[in-house]
Design a protein around this ligand. Structure first.
Ligand SMILES: Nc1nc2c(ncn2[C@@H]2O[C@H](COP(=O)(O)OP(=O)(O)O)[C@@H](O)[C@H]2O)c(=O)[nH]1
Ligand SMILES: [Mg+2]
Length: 1011
């Protein structure tokens, strides 16, 4: 599976935004019109109430537009009616009116009235006296019925009664003959209100989210209708007469139960936008193909398996959304839709894209993940249309090649038997075992079938936790190795469970084999018992995880149903204040996690690798058959240009540590690739994990790290964490190398001789604090690196990977990195911060408030996350002091703390916190300190598409009181603007304490995190 290059959860959102664009456009237009109107001469006044009391200025008789919105008003002063003779526009939105104020009746010249977002239960009869009213908005109230008097508003052109509790409309409604726009969506209408049919001027109508499930046959009477919203109504069909609405331009039918359109739908020749998402279409509606002017077509989340060739008749299409259907192939003619700008295909069963994709050069929104793509391979498709075009050109010029090398990854605890299993599978003899770190070997598994694996043998040593996730990539086949002799049911988590969770978090939907070794040391009964136990517990863990995810998804669903206004009414409510948008993102993420589970192949196979081997041949055959299984594992069937595959083979033969662009270009030529075609080949090889090539890094883009075994060898030197091995490397290399260790080290600008004891001290410092000077690194890495440039490039690479950072010395930066120091944060072992580190208040200081953002990880804390984060934040902080689970530093003059809370017995989830503090008036400084770190962490967490985590903002009042479990406000608020008018929030923990809004919401919303 798939990285999160694109955010799936964004998609639903984007689609919704898009379909709301019309509405937004209307709002903008209104706002613009209003301000123009106001500017063009209306005298306007905005008043703010104090303690819900309105104080009127002396002379307001000339005022023509009065804005009293956002004031918590419950009534209006009586004298208003007599003093506002010229009032035309009255804005009363977001107050607390329970009924329309009586004085309104006296404002007979009123043209526009906005009473949305109040607590109205009815509209008073007196309202009928507003004879001049052209525009009335009473949306978001609790109105159960409209008075008959509404029919008296003869001038009315726009009416918004959406988001109320209306069950029907009064008969008099049909006399509103001037009405052009009616929003009656999100009410309780149980039948299509026939009163509307009399409104011959109506151009825009929204009836979404009501309770009726069918349209009347005489719907055709709405002859002027241009924009029609009928979303979320559960309609199963449209009447044939619908096709007579020939002025229709935009039609929203998403969220219904349509399985077909009426046959004469093609009569709707003015239709430009059509939303049919979330319906039950199994067949592409043929009738749509006649609507030649269509520009936007949304068919997401239906059951389509086929798109007709005739789609090219819709030559004006700009947006085409077909995601989350069951489409197996696209028609070749789709590339003729040359006006397309958005093509969304994700979540289908597409394996091959039609040729000539380059013709779709205008497409700028392109989503294809969650398809079993083999041609072009997934890695190419993800990079966008230009890369697909290059691939297809390459394919046209060069022959086809199939069966590239496949990644096979062995994982499991130390001493599980991975290495011996690898050797047994490959039929190579044991050449001394031991702990060598990660190993990469190529295995020609079946020459006849042209099956070659790149086998990654991931060390079980916990020191490699930081490094291992780099090797867990989509498109690999995974083998989880378990030592059956030492396995006991109690140790399931340690032997099996945690590896599955790790894999699922990094590569959701990966294919895994579980193999038990040491079968020779177990009795038959024991074998059966243990393999069954593993099998059973895998099922149980999966069930439990799915259950908790399901529960979370339910909570989100409930919160969404509640609606934003209920959610923001009280901090006691779950997801307090979280926007619909953020909740939908959360739901999409949870849906993704629920859908993309690991594919664990059963049964657990038991093998023995020593003595008379058992089941090794069987395992070999199973691996091959799974690898070749097109449905489980499409990767082997992807089609590559022969030139790309040749380049891969040529690169493999070269033993250098890295290649310059020019050397790579020479090999490219041998493979038949001109220089300008090299880039796409390299980029494909990088994406599929065959080499490292960072086309977007200024420091590295001129170099190709094609020799993965050597790069891995270098990582092994750093992560073995074995003092005597390191010392051996230093000394033996020093002695073996002609120039000797001392002279080499003397090249350091200090000019000081470094004796063995010095080197030892360096190693001690390295093992404790993760610090090494580049001179010693150079010694350590010999003979893997040879030149100063090797060293320089490797250090750039390690920094790019986030394994270490270069320590900036405040006084001098050494020329060409000669005596630079590097810090490897995963080595920091001391539990105590160094002296002089910034301290957070532990006692309740009276003036300082703490800002505490906490990330919690209920299933799995990504291994190496703290160390990687520690590298990423270095450019944001100064004066840092690191200990094993904590980083204390400053952002400018403001202290920040990053703190990891390892698992504790009885505690629910492992957490990582970002903390700062400031006095309340200066709270923005603390936010400024924390925000970039939050954004760095969000970026890192994107590498874990299957990870479950949540973010909380801990209540600063609770923190100040030293509460054991401070109240958590939802972290989603970080990406939301502070609500208008909100100054304090009550902390639910003790019911009375008020938390200043500045302690919960940042001054400006942070960039939206992906989850
Ligand atoms: N008896 C027996 N010993 C095994 C088997 N597989 C591995 N070993 C031994 O178990 C130890 C650890 O194996 P190794 O492959 O190095 O484990 P790794 O840490 O997972 O790579 C070595 O001493 C192996 O010889 C097996 O199937 N049967
Ligand atoms: Mg091993």
């Amino acid at each position: 599976m798939r990285t999160l290059d694109e955010n799936q959860e964004e998609q639903e959102e984007e689609e919704r935004r898009r379909s709301e664009r019309l509405k937004a456009a209307r709002l903008w237009r209104d706002a613009a019109l209003r301000s123009r109107k106001l500017r063009s001469g209306l005298r306007q006044l905005t008043l703010c109430a104090q303690n819900q009391q309105l104080v009127l200025p002396e002379d307001i008789s000339e005022v023509e537009a009065l804005n009293l919105g956002n004031n918590s008003l419950q009534e209006l002063p009586e004298e208003l009616g007599s003093s506002l003779n010229k009032l035309r526009v009255l804005e009363l939105r977001r107050n607390k009116f329970t009924a329309a104020p009586r004085v309104l009746c006296e404002l007979g010249q009123l043209v526009e009235l906005d009473m949305s977002h109040n607590c109205l239960r009815t509209l008073s009869e007196g309202l009928g006296q507003l004879r001049a009213l052209k525009k009335l908005c009473v949306s978001h109230n609790k109105i159960q019925s409209l008075p008959a008097q509404i029919g008296a508003l003869q001038a009315l052109e726009e009416l918004d009664i959406s988001f109320n509790l209306l069950h029907g409309l009064p008969r008099s409604f049909s006399s509103l003959t001037r009405l052009r726009a009616l929003d009656a969506d999100h009410n309780q209408l149980s039948q299509f209100p026939v009163e509307i049919l009399a409104l011959g001027q109506l151009e825009e109508l929204d009836l979404s989210g009501n309770r009726f499930v069918a349209l009347p046959a005489n719907i055709w009477r709405l002859t002027s209708i241009k924009v029609l919203w009928l979303s979320s109504l559960r309609m199963a069909s449209l009447p044939e007469t619908f096709c007579r609405l020939q002025n229709l331009e935009s039609l929203m039918l998403d969220g219904n139960r349509l399985s077909a359109l009426p046959p004469s739908f093609g009569l709707l020749q003015r239709l430009k936008m059509m939303n049919l998402s979330s319906n039950q279409l199994q067949v592409f509606p043929q009738a749509l193909l006649g609507v030649c002017g269509l520009e936007e077509l949304y068919l997401s989340r239906n059951r389509l398996s086929h798109v007709p060739e005739e789609i090219s008749q819709l030559g004006r299409l700009v947006n085409l959304w077909l995601d989350n259907n069951s489409i197996t192939r696209l028609p070749d003619s789709i590339v003729d839709l040359e006006n397309l700008e958005e093509l969304v295909l994700q979540g289908n069963h597409i394996a091959v894209l039609p040729d000539n994709f380059g013709k779709l050069s205008r497409v700028n929104i392109w989503k294809v993940k969650d398809n079993p793509l083999i041609q072009p391979p997934y890695e190419v498709c993800m990079k966008g249309i230009p890369y697909i075009a290059l691939y297809q050109q390459e394919l046209a010029q060069s022959q086809l090649a199939v069966k590239p090398r496949l990644k096979l990854v062995l994982m499991g605890r130390k001493d599980a038997g991975k290495t011996l299993l690898r050797r047994s599978l490959m039929g190579t003899r044991e050449d001394g075992g031991g702990n060598r770190g990660v190993e990469l070997v190529h295995w020609e598994a079946d020459a006849h079938r042209k099956l070659t694996f790149m086998v990654f043998d991931l060390s079980g040593n916990p020191n490699f936790d930081l490094v291992k996730p780099f090797f867990l990539s989509p498109g690999a086949l995974y083998v989880l190795v378990v030592n059956l002799k030492s396995y006991v049911p109690k140790s399931f988590h340690d032997h099996v469970g945690r590896f599955l969770r790790l894999l699922c978090a990094k590569v959701p939907h990966a294919v895994v084999f579980v193999v038990g070794t040491h079968a020779d040391l177990c009795g038959e009964a024991e074998l059966e018992e243990k393999t069954l136990d593993i099998h059973r517990r895998i099922g149980l863990q999966e069930e439990a995880d799915v259950r908790s995810l399901g529960r979370l998804a339910e909570e989100v669903e409930l919160a969404l149903e509640q609606g934003f206004s209920v959610r923001s009414s009280s901090p006691h409510v779950l997801f307090y204040g979280v926007s619909d948008r953020n909740l939908r993102r959360r739901r999409a993420q949870l849906d993704f996690l629920l859908k993309r589970r690991l594919q664990v192949l059963s049964p657990v196979l038991s093998v023995s690798c020593t003595g008379p081997q058992r089941n090794i041949q069987k395992l070999r055959e199973k691996l091959l058959s799974v690898a070749e299984h097109r449905d489980i594992f499409p990767n082997l069937h992807r089609v590559l240009p022969k030139s790309w595959q040749m380049l891969e083979e040529l690169l493999l033969q070269s033993s250098e540590l890295w290649l310059s662009w020019w050397s790579a270009a020479r090999l490219g030529l041998q493979a038949g690739l001109t220089e300008e075609r090299l880039q796409s080949a390299l980029s494909y090889l990088h994406e599929s994990g065959k080499l490292l090539y960072f086309e977007d890094s200024p420091a590295l883009k001129e170099h190709v790290f094609h020799n993965l075994p050597r790069v891995i060898g270098i990582l092994n030197v750093f992560f073995q964490r074995d003092r005597s091995m390191l010392l051996d490397r230093l000394l033996s290399e020093g002695e073996r190398g002609g120039r000797g260790r001392v002279s080499l080290v003397m090249q350091d600008k200090t000019g000081e001789n470094l004796e063995v004891t010095h080197l030892q001290q360096h190693l001690v410092a390295f093992l404790q604090h993760g610090l090494l000077p580049s001179g010693v690194i150079r010694l350590l890495l010999r003979p893997l690196i040879q030149t100063q440039q090797d060293l320089h490039l490797i250090m750039e690479l390690l920094q790019k990977m986030g394994v270490c950072y270069c320590v900036r010395t405040p006084r001098s930066t050494p020329p060409n990195g000669g005596a630079a120091w590097f810090k490897f944060p995963s080595y920091v072992s001391s539990e105590e911060p160094q002296a002089g580190a910034p301290l957070l208040p532990t006692s309740p200081l009276f003036s300082v408030e703490q800002l505490h953002i906490q990330y919690s990880f209920p299933f799995l804390f990504p291994p190496g996350l703290l160390a990687r984060f520690s590298v990423q934040i270095d450019r944001h902080v100064v004066h840092r002091s690191d200990s094993k689970n904590q980083i204390l530093a400053y952002r400018g003059k403001v202290p920040v703390v990053v703190s990891h809370q390892p698992p504790r017995a009885g505690q629910q989830a492992e957490t990582l916190s970002i903390i700062s503090h400031a006095s309340l008036p200066n709270m923005w400084t603390a936010w400024q300190a924390v925000t970039p770190l939050v954004e760095e962490l969000d970026a890192l967490l994107q590498e874990w598409p299957g990870l479950l985590y949540s973010v909380q903002i801990l209540c600063s009042k609770c923190l100040r009181r030293g509460a054991q479990s401070p109240h958590p406000f939802p972290g989603e608020l970080l990406s939301q603007p502070r609500p208008d008018g909100l100054t304090e929030i009550i902390c639910p923990k003790n019911g009375s304490e008020r938390v200043d809004v500045a302690l919960v919401y940042p001054p400006t919303p942070t960039a939206c995190s992906p989850k």
